[in-house]
Design a protein around this ligand. Structure first.
Ligand code: P6P
Length: 333
């Protein structure tokens, strides 16, 4: 396999951007190693007997899968020692993870969902890892919880690994979005999807329609118009997808366009939504915006939100620019 490897790409990115540092380049390479290890764990889950659920629940009140905990541990053990991080936060841990005192502290914070969509893992549907990298407070001190609560515009990097028919790694450092495919035989990711751009228009939407009766009026209106097809106001037929694995949905949208919605609904109103702001909505919104798309709660740009809690949830409407702007306009009417 010829072509640019992810390692070469990251180093060349560092050369091109003055603010990039070797420290960050090495951190990103450690994230890549963690995702390769997770890919291996997910791929062999049934063989290793790790596809089951645990008795425990995570901070979200969700039953934990064995692989949720295993992959969380993989991410921590791959990164905690490196001296690149001042702290880590995960969907699977109630509080931020303090870097053990025998390791040096670094200049970045990482927030991650180690295995998003894990309820799909035992039915062999694609799952993924999502990560977001922020700057740590100046001076290598132990971060306070507040240091993790930065708006999405402060992210220096965001990305995901997709464990699907092929294993892919997609990232942005604020200079566009690039996708890499793993060659398992040699353990290298190769650039296969340079400069990913989301088409501005689409006729494909992704939403869990079983929640339809709980949606707010603007989303009801938008989906109703799509379902009316060419006989309706939109004058064209639409297609619907719902994988129940956010990484797979976002990847599809990056490749061929579309809209992904997990909107606010009356049964989620108290918790503010389904998806988590800091390690799902923010990293995916950074990627989507860098690929020319739009990402909104329906009322506000997601990247502009000031987080108030580590596991805060938000409504998410993102994807093809013209379609998301239509949905946002329905919210403002
Ligand atoms: P539902 C997976 O648990 C997740 O966080 C996202 O990856 C996915 O888009 C969503 O929840 C699926 O939610 O309610 O359809 O199971």
């Amino acid at each position: 396999m010829s072509g640019l490897t992810l390692t070469q790409f990251i180093i060349e990115e560092q050369r091109q951007h003055a603010q990039a540092t070797e420290d960050f380049t090495l951190l990103l390479n450690d994230v890549v190693s963690a995702c390769k290890r997770i890919a291996n764990q997910v791929n062999k889950g049934a063989l290793l007997g790790t596809m089951g659920s645990l008795e425990s629940e995570n901070v979200q009140g969700e039953v934990q899968k064995q692989l949720d905990v295993i992959t969380n541990d993989v991410f921590i053990s791959s990164l905690e020692w490196s001296g690149r991080l001042a702290g880590m936060a995960s969907e699977e841990m109630e509080d931020p993870y303090a870097i053990p005192s025998h390791y040096p502290l670094g200049k970045h914070l990482i927030l991650f969902d180690p295995l998003d969509g894990s309820s799909n893992v035992n039915i062999n549907i694609s799952v993924g890892t999502i990560f977001s990298i922020l700057r740590a407070p100046a001076g290598a001190t132990r971060p306070a919880l507040q240091d993790f609560l930065q708006p999405g515009t402060q992210q220096v990097c965001a990305g995901y690994a997709l464990y699907g028919s092929s294993t892919m790694f997609v990232l942005t450092t604020g200079h566009g979005v690039n996708g890499f495919t793993l060659d398992r035989e040699i353990g290298e990711f190769y650039l296969t999807h340079p400069n990913m751009q989301i088409p501005a228009d689409t006729h494909e939407f992704a939403v869990n329609t079983s929640n339809q009766r709980h949606w707010e009026a603007p989303v009801q209106r938008y989906v109703r118009e799509c379902l009316q097809g060419k006989e309706g106001l939109r004058g064209r037929d639409f297609n619907m997808r719902w994988v129940a694995s956010m990484v797979a949905e976002i990847h599809r949208i990056l490749v061929r366009g579309g809209v992904f919605m997990y909107p606010l609904d009356s049964k989620l109103k108290d918790q503010g939504g389904k998806l988590r702001l800091l390690y799902e909505a923010n990293p995916m919104s950074f990627i989507v915006e860098q690929a020319g798309g739009v990402s909104s709660t329906g009322y506000h740009r997601i990247l502009g939100l000031q987080p108030e809690a580590l596991h805060q949830r938000v409504p998410v409407i993102l994807g093809s620019k013209n379609e998301v702007e239509r949905i946002v306009s329905y919210h403002s009417e």
